[in-house]
Every structure is written in C-alpha cells, then in structure tokens.
Design a protein around this ligand. Structure first.
Ligand code: SF4
Length: 130
C-alpha cells in the first residue's frame, strides 16, 4: 500500500480499508494544525491507486465500505474523482459507501450535477472540519 506521512482514520467511521488518493493537504495553512506540514500536497498517481485497490481486493474482496485519504481528497477535480470511483467499482464491486474528509471549498468548486454523479457512484459521506 502507498501511505504518505500521517495516516488518519476517522474514529467515527466503522472499520474499512484505507485508500490513499491524495498526499497531504491542499490547504495546509491552518495555524492550529501541523498534521501534514511535512508533506507536499499531490494527487496520488492513478497507477498507485490501482495497485492499492488490487491489494485491498486481495484481502477484502467483499468490502462494501472504503475510506479515502489523505487530508482532503475531495480537493481533486470532479474528473479525477469520477475516474477513481470507476476504478474502485472495478476492483471492489460490492462498494456502497466511500467516505473521506473535505474542506467546504472542495465542495463549492463542483457543480450540483457533478456532486450528484459522485453521490450516485458511492461518495456518500464527507467529513468536514471546522
Ligand atoms: S485543512 Fe485540515 S488538514 Fe489542512 S491544515 Fe487545515 S486542519 Fe490541517
């Protein structure tokens, strides 16, 4: 698995595999937070994501839930999130819920139509920090 820097599992989420789709935080400027200060923000390469999905599928082929990392993976563009959703369903056909952390501006930079498409593909829970 490709994990970069701090790996944070949301304590309120039921147990589920963790898939890194971004590294670090797209904002990384909050004065009270140093969780990702040593990590440069980057989208994870699609090849890494595909390798990790194959590994998750080998251990948890029936999983219906997935937590996506890292700090605010919903910062990715609609196009990239849409492609990642398709890859997830290719390797994990039982996935019903994908959950991840998000900043408010990760949501407002997408259209309502784009948000509906991502919801229909299983992105049903966004954890928004203060
Ligand atoms: S957006 Fe979240 S992860 Fe990023 S610096 Fe602020 S508190 Fe930390």
């Amino acid at each position: 698995m490709h994990y970069t820097g701090t790996v944070y599992r949301n304590p309120y989420d039921p147990p589920s595999p963790l898939l890194e789709i971004t590294q670090g935080c797209s904002h990384n400027k909050c004065k009270f937070c140093n969780m990702y200060s040593a990590v440069k923000y980057n989208p994870s390469p699609m090849e890494w994501i595909e390798e990790d999905l194959a590994e998750i599928a080998s251990f948890y082929p029936e999983t219906n839930r997935l937590q996506l990392l890292s700090a605010d993976p919903f910062a990715l563009s609609f196009k990239r999130l849409d492609a990642i959703c398709d890859l997830v369903h290719k390797y994990l056909p039982n996935i019903e819920i994908m959950t991840m952390a998000a900043r408010v501006d990760n949501i407002t930079d997408k259209t309502v139509e784009e948000l509906k498409i991502l919801k229909d593909k299983g992105i049903l829970e966004l954890n928004i920090g203060a």
